[in-house]
Design a binder for this molecule. Structure first.
Ligand code: GAR
Length: 224
């Protein structure tokens, strides 16, 4: 993992939606809280808000249309091969999935082992998949939250880097809970990127260790 780099870490962000997590990372880079540069923002959705945000900040935005790949037996892999080519062209060190609603295949996962992160709005391994804020409320959980983890082939299964916990209140709806979780997402994703940029993340099996005396405080955010 990169330590004392001469040039800032080269990051690509894959996003399908509004891109608020992308924005949090852009803001953290612009405020010099994260030592990295975003070399490409890539989407499978032409009208993704994330692409618009990239353009506003003068970042390279790329729409990779899944349609031409549809119908092929290995359409997901061939799509990912096109993405991989793009990532390699841009000499990407770290790939960030930020609301990227397409399952990544081994083609990408194997090329970026422990160099691809995802953010998910639950305390994994509880509630992988979709509609997770509603699932946490319906289950009767008292705590929800979000997780940044490295990406492996299993969906939402990779080694956990940082988690933030958010209490579930009696009056919560999936929307109000999602909004409070999102506030925490915007804190922990830039933080995880900076830890990576500093070369402080060490993966041993399923566990990710943060090198430093205050490591535990950096990996967990508890409700205040
Ligand atoms: C975020 O809440 C993110 O955690 C979630 O999608 C939202 C994207 O918001 N991702 C997943 O559910 C992936 N399993 P954004 O486009 O504003 O960053």
């Amino acid at each position: 993992m990169p330590i004392n780099r001469a040039t800032p870490l080269r990051v690509a962000v894959l996003a399908s939606g509004r891109g608020s997590n992308l924005q949090a990372i852009i803001d953290a880079i612009e405020a010099e809280r994260v030592q990295a540069q975003i070399v490409a923002v890539i989407s499978n959705k032409k009208d993704a808000g994330a692409l618009e945000r990239a353009r506003k900040h003068g970042l390279k935005d790329v729409f990779v249309d899944p349609k031409p790949f549809a119908g092929q037996s290995d359409s997901r892999e061939t799509y990912d091969r096109a993405l991989l080519e793009l990532l390699q062209q841009h000499e990407v060190d770290l790939v960030l999935l930020a609301g990227y609603m397409k399952i990544v295949t081994a083609v990408l996962v194997n090329a970026y082992v422990n160099r691809m992160m995802n953010i998910h709005p639950s305390l994994l391994p509880s509630f992988p998949g979709l509609d997770v804020q509603k699932k946490a409320i319906d289950w009767g959980c008292k705590l929800a939250g979000c997780t940044v983890h490295f990406v492996t082939e299993g969906v939402d299964e990779g080694p956990i880097i940082i988690q933030a916990a958010v209490p579930i209140l009696n009056e919560d709806t999936p929307e109000t809970l999602a909004a409070r979780i999102l506030v925490q997402e915007h804190k922990i994703y830039p933080r995880a990127v900076q830890l990576f940029a500093e070369g402080r993340l060490r993966v041993e099996g399923r566990r990710v260790f943060i090198d430093s005396a205050k490591a535990d405080a950096e990996a967990i955010i508890s409700p205040s």
